[in-house]
Design a protein. Sequence first.
Length: 142
Amino acid sequence: MAINLGHGSSQDDEVMVEINTTPLIDVMLVLLIMLIITIPIQTHAVKINMPVGNPPPPLVQPRVIQVDVDFDGTVLWDGEVVPDRAHLEERMRQVSAQADQPEIHLRPNKFVAYKAVAMVMATAQRLGVTKIGLVGNEQFVN
């Protein structure tokens, strides 16, 4: 509701030609609230089609290569020390060249710097090794 307070003179007998916007604002607020209520809640879920049932066990167990990263960044390939990155890349190339790639189980030490583990994973990805997994993660849970 609007009220017109004059300037104190009694000669203001003019007709007020302004539209009263208060009811329009009320209607707009009601429509806005109705719009907010009727919008469906957004779910942040990723829909994935997962296979149904249990797959048959593999006929041949895959070969597993154990890659350890020691606390000082030393890389061990099946218990054998890899002297530098070039030797690691050569072994990764041999793995990626095989038709049926062996699984690489990467086991980092709890105290190793992340860059040493990331270097091994990046090398494997860059050279096309597809079967790599982190094992021994239970040591990081406190």
